[in-house]
Design a protein around this ligand. Structure first.
Ligand code: ADP
Ligand code: ZN
Ligand code: ZN
Length: 761
């Protein structure tokens, strides 16, 4: 009897894998020699030069030759090493990836970097995620050899067949589940036909989705909607897939309630919903409200979640067929929800929706629009003070439908606004940071059992020169913006226009009134704290800014301390104005509104009015009426005027006329090229060279190049910052063709980033 030899060939699968090597990532070819059944979009773990890292399968081929190395190195024709582990099957879906590539083009970034930014942090990378959801299990795989049929029992042959049909490998427990005994398996391994090894198995990925048991959760019932809210819901119902709706309503007018109604309709249709909010500090309140209504299908995705939590949410989205409700900050706009019904951007005007650095510099609003078109979702923008860009696109002229909520649910009046002219304070001998009126109000808080929030504009907002006697601000003779004070390393100061590059010296006296109370403007939160502590005995203070709210739940913890009455006054930066709901706060104040008004920014006026109106919304949310006190040296400024008369749309109308006449954004396009480097001279030289290189290209396409100029904050963390500002026609694409490499010629040590449609300079 001759022994027949079966030539058993495994499918020899080669895969191209994107690995996070260098900034742009690189492709490497590996073999799927463990029968992982790899395919496009799988996230895998490999070793590269001895280091483990996660990469993405971007191509797959079956090759005829046996071109991988066996365990005992029996095959010499080895060229490829094998993939170690499958981290996530179908982590990236084809359509999603194609969409993301379009986004990458608009952000002027490579598809790889775009992908890396969109995936949960570290997922595509070298960092090892915490193994909390992973467990070691046996993985059984065929060893590639020619089988001598005579050596196999019938059951062993069947098991080999099963393994072959499963791509060459299976979890041991699944082999047992298929009815093979451990004896059969052990013999197969002992005879050298198969092998097994411990592998990580992700529990989340395999777990069956538990059906929601709403009865046990006691979910809250929806409110009976008001007429205005019903109208908004009806307008939403008339939208087509991909359409947009602005819900324009003051704080407390019931916008969130409308979002919840719309969301519940979408969920009932089996569609997922994405609710975005600009600041992480607003997440807890929102999550609480949605969880009460919708229970455990509510998930969070934002930088307050750990990397592992973000991976888990991502996997949940890939694995589950149930519609989900995701609440997150701007990065959540990339979540791969495929059956997406609704994307909400609450506080749509907020500049935190814009990512400025690192690249990709994107605006979540634009990404949401493009996502909605791709998935057939509808976009709802919510705001009390919509952005000029959104307002300009309202129908019938534009494509955004409008629903207004003009009444507050509680019928509480909006807070009154008092403007305090700080020039008068000075002429009365008060040289302090705080007016007498505000001081009195603050001092009276403990006795009244009330609280106040005091806004001190963020650092970097204090870079213009002004006169404290007459309010004169030094402006550019060519442009309608304040000149910016720049300081070099030696403390020398000079003035510069960010629009036209005009320069001048810093004077010591006001040209209008001759006063010597003439100096760069601004004070940080810490200085205000010190000042108030000294001046206001018996009033307890708490500081709320980036420094004091670090860490997980930093915002929430600090707000809880304030809410519990630990302090009477919360002193903080812009973050203060956003969404917090504290019933005992009756007073909101801004110490130096000028710090907001005179920023040489593209949207300075619009953003300061939005911020001040939002700040007003913090006061008087409880029983007692609220008040906003604004201190300024410029009470006649249009922003202050419209703040007082409350006519926000009138402001938008005037502002848009001004901008249209001057062809400023949003009636033109802008793009900011930011350069930074440790060496000031290298960075400046690189910026100048870049300007020369792109000028011809820009000019031929109707774009202009301003600068190079030092950035508003010329040095951060030891790096000098320079910038070029490009202006082009409205609706045009960036003046660099796709193949044009902006980065060629940029020396090592200098970083260049491209920020299309910047919100801030
Ligand atoms: P916004 O998001 O515009 O600030 P909210 O949706 O938070 O407004 O509503 C303000 C308050 O009014 C909340 O406490 C909310 O529960 C309540 N509310 C909203 N709509 C209704 C309604 N139709 N009936 C009763 N209460 C409502
Ligand atoms: Zn003056
Ligand atoms: Zn100028």
């Amino acid at each position: 009897m001759t022994s027949a030899s079966i030539d058993f060939e495994l499918p020899h699968v080669e895969v191209d894998i994107w690995l996070p090597v260098g900034k742009e990532g690189r492709e490497f070819t590996y073999a799927d020699n463990r029968g992982l059944g790899l395919d496009l979009g799988d996230l895998v773990r490999v070793h590269l030069r001895g280091r483990p890292m996660n990469g993405l399968v971007i191509a797959r081929r079956t090759s005829k030759s046996i071109n991988y190395l066996n365990k005992d190195e029996t095959f010499e024709r080895k060229v490829l090493s094998g993939v170690d582990e499958l981290i996530q099957k179908a982590a990236v879906d084809k359509e999603w990836r194609l969409w993301l590539e379009e986004v990458a083009v608009s952000c002027h970034i490579s598809p790889f970097r775009m992908l890396k930014a969109a995936l949960p942090p570290g997922w595509l990378g070298q960092r090892n995620l915490r193994k909390q959801s992973l467990q070691d299990l046996w993985w059984v795989y065929l060893v590639d050899i020619s089988f001598d049929e005579n050596l196999l029992t019938r059951r062993q042959a069947e098991l080999i067949e099963l393994l072959k049909n499963s791509g060459g490998g299976l979890w041991q427990k699944n082999i047992y589940k298929s009815g093979f005994s451990s004896v059969i398996l052990q013999n197969l391994i002992a005879q050298g036909f198969a092998n097994r090894e411990k592998r990580k198995k992700d529990l989340d990925y395999d777990k069956k989705d538990k059906p929601l048991t709403c009865s046990s959760l006691k979910l809250e019932n929806p409110s009976q909607l008001t007429c205005e809210q019903l109208d908004a819901v009806t307008t939403y119902g008339d939208l087509n897939p991909g359409d947009k709706l602005l819900i324009w309503g003051v704080t407390g007018s019931g916008k969130t309630e409308v979002y919840m109604h719309i969301a519940s309709k979408e969920l009932a249709l089996g569609k997922s919903c994405l609710i975005l909010t600009p600041e992480i500090g607003l997440i807890p309140q929102l999550v609480d409200r949605f969880k009460k209504r919708f229970g455990p299908r509510v998930h969070e995705y934002h930088s307050g979640c750990s990397d592992a939590e973000r991976v888990r949410t991502w996997r949940e989205i890939l694995a589950t067929k149930e519609p989900l409700l995701l609440i997150g900050t701007r990065s959540a706009v990339f979540l791969p929800l495929s059956t997406l019904g609704l994307i909400v951007l609450d506080e749509e005007h907020d500049s935190s929706y814009k990512q400025e650095s690192p690249m990709p510099c994107y605006h979540a609003r634009e990404i949401a629009f493009s996502r909605a078109v791709k998935t057939g979702a509808r976009v709802v923008l919510g705001s009390a003070t919509p952005s000029l860009s959104t307002w300009k696109e309202l129908s019938p002229k534009g494509s955004i439908a409008l629903a207004r909520l003009e009444h507050r649910i509680s019928n509480n009046p909006l807070p009154g606004v008092s403007v305090i002219d700080m020039r008068q304070e000075l002429s009365c001998g008060n040289r302090g940071l705080i007016s007498r009126t505000l001081m009195q109000h603050l001092a009276g808080l403990p006795e009244a059992g009330e609280q106040a929030v005091v806004l001190v504009p963020r650092r970097g907002f204090s870079s213009f020169l002004s006169c404290r006697s007459c309010g004169e601000v030094v402006e550019c003779p060519n442009c309608d913006v304040a000149l910016t004070v720049h300081r070099d390393g030696d403390g020398r100061e000079w003035l510069r226009c960010h629009w036209c590059d005009y320069r001048s010296n810093v004077g010591t006296h006001c040209s209008e009134c001759g006063s010597n109370a003439f100096k760069p403007f601004g004070a940080g939160t810490q200085r205000v704290m010190d000042y108030l502590t000294k001046e206001l005995e018996g009033v307890k203070l708490l500081r709320f800014d980036r420094d004091t709210t670090r860490g997980r739940d930093g915002h929430r913890k600090l707000l809880e301390r304030f809410a519990s009455g630990e302090a009477d006054v919360l002193v903080g930066t812009q973050m203060l104005a956003k969404g917090m709901d504290l019933p005992r706060v009756t007073l909101a104040a801004v110490l130096a509104a000028d710090g907001l008004l005179h920023r040489p920014d593209l949207f300075a006026k619009e953003q300061s009015l939005q911020l001040l109106m939002q700040l007003a919304g913090r006061a008087g949310r409880g029983e007692r009426p609220g008040k906003l006190i604004v201190q300024t040296y410029c009470p006649e400024h249009p922003v202050i005027k419209h703040l007082v008369d409350g006519r926000y749309e009138e402001f938008l109308r005037k502002e848009s006329l001004l901008r249209k006449e001057a062809s400023l954004v949003p009636f033109s396009r802008a793009c900011l090229l930011r350069l930074s480097g440790e060496s000031a001279s290298c960075t400046a030289t690189a910026a100048a060279a870049l300007a020369e290189r792109i000028k011809p290209l820009c000019i031929t396409q109707g774009w202009s190049v301003l600068g190079p100029a030092p950035s508003l904050i010329a040095r951060i963390a030891g790096r000098s910052r320079w910038q070029l500002l490009l202006h082009g026609p409205e609706g045009s694409t960036l003046p660099f063709a796709e193949g044009f490499d902006l980065w060629s010629g940029i020396p090592r040590g200098v970083n260049l980033s491209v920020d299309p449609d910047p919100l801030q300079l």
